[in-house]
Design a binder for this molecule. Structure first.
Ligand code: GLC
Length: 567
């Protein structure tokens, strides 16, 4: 059970943790077939532990035809053979737990693969016992040859797909080969809850829940109303002038979050947690965690941070907003990169990118909330801007036919979300061929970034001033500092510090002692000096290993330097 007490309260481990996301296909290949696998991951656990993260979340490695690289599951109770076996999985859990780390799996509840045996059955006839496991509807009257209503999927046009054999349409929120399950059928719900228990019994510590806001739609199948929005955003999935009122964040999904929480709360030693991939307004995000009390998902991703420009003003506002909607005992999350979006560092101008990544890191690891780091982010892996023509990501296929100018425009305005290969390329371990990802000279499933001779783990470890060490120093400090991993946050008055500085304190009463640390982050590209608030402050850490920010009564911060002071 949990040992640490803060202000007399037990803090569950997941509130203090730091998460590292692994895209299994791209982390480490142990066989030489160019595809990452579980044995490869096990061989790299020392690296992850040494980095200082505590929890690893894996994008799906269940059996799958890999149409959406694992987000299309054909057997929830098995491991895809290219990634390994159930024994390898058990080994992975054991090896993670032996290191006192935790394992989080990805749960794709909304849809299965069209090759799942349930869907194969479901398609056979209208009276098949599995028919009602998916969402089937007649076409629009009078002829029935038009989709049942105007609902759009997230990535293609209509989310309805016609099956000529049974003359009905099935609903798919994402790609056509990912039919949505029908959770209004109690058998489906029960089956999936039992599947969750299966993994919990195996020792899984938590789940990341894929597109959870899409699980339940309007049971009356009403048309979605008009909207003014052309492209979707963090606040709303409305797009192409259609609202998503009846297809995203339908209120039954909030109840479902509570049902899921009940299941994971059956497992108490250690407690488990749920982290939702949801989008919507802040109120909606909060609803997933429980509107009036925290009895829903433990955490939800707050994707607004991903696109936030690197300025003190933006981050101050984000902290205020997140704290408003997720005050203790809720807790925000902070994420900047993942397998669906352009890597954060590639949004910065190349000149000064490492310094900017360092301040971003210092922020992410010192602000109140659970941070998620995407594999390779810690060594400054860049987006591999691969041409759309050769993409493997099914989301992008329909754009391949567009004229080049439109394709390029789309890539820009959607932040490469229409073509996600570029953020999923193999982890860059060293300077050898395939960046050390595959043991033999081979074609890796996606091309290694051409910069691998410069950007890799080996080089990062040789350079004491690398981004890797910045992550490591902040992660390790956070691990042992209750004020940082579980304290409250107080923003410093922006008027009392220079414009580009973001300042906050984190404090906690831990085992009877008060602990406070003071964070100052310079988001500007100029040196800044200002007066130290208390004469007795001392330096705990800086993003720069060589700077001496304290001098008498003054703090002097280098461009993009971040520091923590103690008193
Ligand atoms: C989520 C995943 C994404 C996947 C989609 C469909 O958004 O992050 O990678 O393609 O859901 O499952």
């Amino acid at each position: 059970m949990e040992k640490n007490k803060l202000n007399g309260k037990k803090i569950p481990w997941w509130k203090k943790t730091t998460i590292y996301q692994i895209y299994p296909r791209s982390f480490k290949d142990s066989t030489g077939n160019g595809i990452g696998d579980l044995k490869g991951i096990i061989s790299k656990l020392d690296y992850i532990q040494d980095l200082g993260v505590e929890t690893i979340w894996f994008s799906p490695f269940y059996s799958s035809p890999q149409g959406d690289f694992g987000y299309d599951i054909s057997d929830y109770l098995n491991i895809a053979p290219e990634y390994g076996t159930m024994n390898d999985f058990d080994d992975l859990v054991k090896n993670i737990h032996n290191r006192k780390m935790k394992i989080v799996m990805d749960l794709v509840l909304n849809h299965t693969s069209a090759q799942h045996k349930w869907f194969i059955e479901s398609k056979k006839s209208r009276d098949n016992p599995k028919r009602n496991w998916y969402v089937w509807k007649d076409g629009k009257k009078p002829f029935g040859k038009a989709p049942p209503n105007n609902w759009k999927s997230y990535v293609t046009g209509s989310g309805w797909h016609y099956d000529s054999h049974t003359d009905q349409w099935y609903w798919a929120s994402f790609l056509p080969f990912q039919p949505d399950l029908n959770y209004r059928n109690p058998d489906v719900k029960e089956n999936m809850m039992e599947m969750i228990r299966f993994w919990l019994r195996k020792g899984v510590d938590g789940f990341r829940l894929d597109i959870l806001g899409a699980v339940y739609e309007d049971p009356k199948f009403r048309d979605n109303p008009l909207s003014w929005k052309l492209i979707p955003s963090d606040e709303s999935m409305d797009m192409l002038f259609r609202s998503s009122k009846y297809t995203t964040n339908y209120p039954d999904n909030y109840e479902f979050a509570k049902d899921l929480r009940e299941v994971i709360d059956e497992f108490t030693d250690p407690p488990r947690f749920l982290l939702g991939e949801v989008s919507g307004s802040r109120e909606e995000l909060r609803n997933f965690c429980g509107k009036d009390s925290p009895d829903g998902l433990n955490l939800v991703f707050l994707f607004e941070s991903m696109g936030a420009q690197l300025t003190a003003k933006n981050f101050r506002k984000l902290i205020k907003d997140f704290e408003k909607y997720f005050p203790d005992p809720y807790i925000p999350t902070w994420v900047f990169s993942n397998h669906d979006i352009i890597r954060r560092i590639s949004r910065f101008k190349e000149q000064g990118a490492i310094e900017k990544a360092k301040i971003n890191t210092a922020f992410q690891l010192t602000v109140r909330g659970v941070p998620t780091i995407y594999y390779g982010e810690e060594i400054a892996m860049r987006q591999n801007f691969l041409p759309l023509e050769k993409s493997l990501d099914a989301v992008s296929f329909k754009f391949k036919k567009f004229p080049r100018i439109i394709r390029n425009l789309l890539l820009k305005i959607t932040n490469y979300a229409i073509h996600r290969d570029g953020c999923r390329t193999p982890m860059q371990w060293n300077r050898t061929e395939t960046a050390g990802f595959s043991p033999s000279r081979t074609d890796t499933w996606l091309p290694v970034h051409p910069n691998y001779k410069l950007v890799n783990v080996e080089n990062s470890i040789e350079d004491k001033d690398s981004l890797f060490y910045c992550y490591q120093r902040f992660l390790k400090l956070r691990q042992k500092t209750p004020a940082l991993n579980s304290g409250n946050i107080t923003l410093l008055d922006a008027k009392k510090i220079p414009k580009n500085i973001l300042g906050y304190t984190r404090s906690a009463i831990f085992n009877g002692n008060e602990q406070t640390v003071h964070v100052y982050l310079n988001f500007g590209n100029k040196l800044v000096s200002f007066q130290i608030p208390e004469p007795n402050f001392h330096l705990i850490i800086s993003t720069s290993i060589s700077s001496q920010p304290l001098n008498g009564q003054n703090i002097t911060l280098q461009p993009f330097e971040g520091i923590i002071l103690g008193d």
